[in-house]
Design a binder for this molecule. Structure first.
Ligand code: C2E
Ligand code: CA
Ligand code: CA
Ligand code: CA
Length: 276
């Protein structure tokens, strides 16, 4: 039994150290990728169903590795978060998105995802954003930062303070993936946010689930009373779109309109109108 235990331990440490080596290699790869410009941003338009035009565009990170090929953000974002590289990568993302937005019509804003680690007090995301706005000259109103509920749970007082400072600057805050984690309607009353992004699982169930319909009705009603904007994401089909259009929404995002695309394709799409 004793030697068994030792073996387990040996296997365990070998696995851990292999995993550790892999993380180090991945981290080194990411540093190299940032340095050599392997990261790019894809942009997905969000339509305003009232005007039938694009008023906001979400920036999404893409990594094309020279030998590993395409690596999904679902794979590299958690590693970037664990290693702290998300700070450099995140700042690059905000600045690149801001510069892209400057080439679009002035009524179109850009929305950038930010991770909890970018709010840690020794980083000062507020200063990073302020410096980017100053350098690029982008109107703060045209920048939206998307956070998730899990971000808010981590270090609430400090993060809420940062969000309030960002909003004072004129930057808008969106609560992403709403309806997944610990969503509670009382959050919407308390938090310094401007926009709620309803998770794509709602879009995927809206035609079939009475519960989801009831939730959508309740959330949109509350949002209007609180002066919050509502965006739904992940709308893929005509029936989903028709079901979602019954609610009073400020933005609809999903494959039905457009997939994430490169900046050079975006401009012609932004100018197209969809029937409202
Ligand atoms: P997210 O913020 O919820 O982004 C929406 C995801 O849904 C994107 O996946 C987008 O391509 C996908 N999507 C858009 N329309 C549809 C649709 O109609 N149907 C379906 N099924 N999916 C749709 P993507 O680009 O793979 O990003 C995955 C996640 O990675 C994002 O989820 C976000 O959490 C994270 N991420 C991406 N870029 C960044 C970034 O710059 N910073 C941070 N912190 N996270 C990022
Ligand atoms: Ca998002
Ligand atoms: Ca989302
Ligand atoms: Ca998500």
């Amino acid at each position: 039994a004793k030697s068994d235990g030792r073996n387990h331990f040996a296997v365990y440490t070998a696995e851990l150290s292999a995993e550790h080596d892999e993380h180090l290699a991945f981290e080194a790869d990411m540093r190299e990728a940032i340095r050599t410009g392997q990261f790019q941003l894809a942009y997905q338009p969000i339509y305003n169903p009232r005007s039938g035009s694009v008023t906001l565009v979400e920036a999404l990170l893409r990594w094309e590795h020279p030998t590993r090929g395409h690596i999904s953000p679902a794979t590299f974002i958690p590693v970037a978060e664990r290693t702290g590289l998300i700070r450099v990568l995140g700042a690059w993302t905000i600045e690149t998105a801001a510069r892209a937005a400057l080439t679009w019509p002035r009524n179109v804003g850009v929305s950038v995802n930010v991770s909890a680690r970018q709010f840690e007090s020794d980083h000062d995301l507020v200063a990073v954003v302020a410096a980017i706005l100053r350098r690029t000259g982008l109107q703060p109103r045209r920048l939206t930062l998307e956070i998730t509920e899990s971000t808010l749970i981590e270090d609430a007082p400090h993060i809420i303070d940062s969000l309030m400072r960002l909003r004072t600057m004129g930057v808008r805050i969106a609560l992403d993936d709403f309806g997944t984690g610990y969503s509670s309607l009382s959050y919407l009353v308390k938090l310094p946010i401007d926009i709620i992004k309803i998770d794509k699982s709602f879009s995927h169930e809206i035609e079939v689930s009475r519960k989801v319909n009831a939730l959508m009705a309740a959330i949109t009603d509350l949002a209007h009373q609180l002066g919050l904007l509502i965006i739904v994401e992940g709308v893929e089909t005509e029936p989903q779109l028709a079901a979602m259009r019954r609610f009073s929404l400020h933005g609809i995002q999903g494959f039905i309109f457009a997939r994430p695309m490169w900046d050079d394709e975006l401009l012609s799409i932004i100018k197209e109108r969809v029937p409202s």
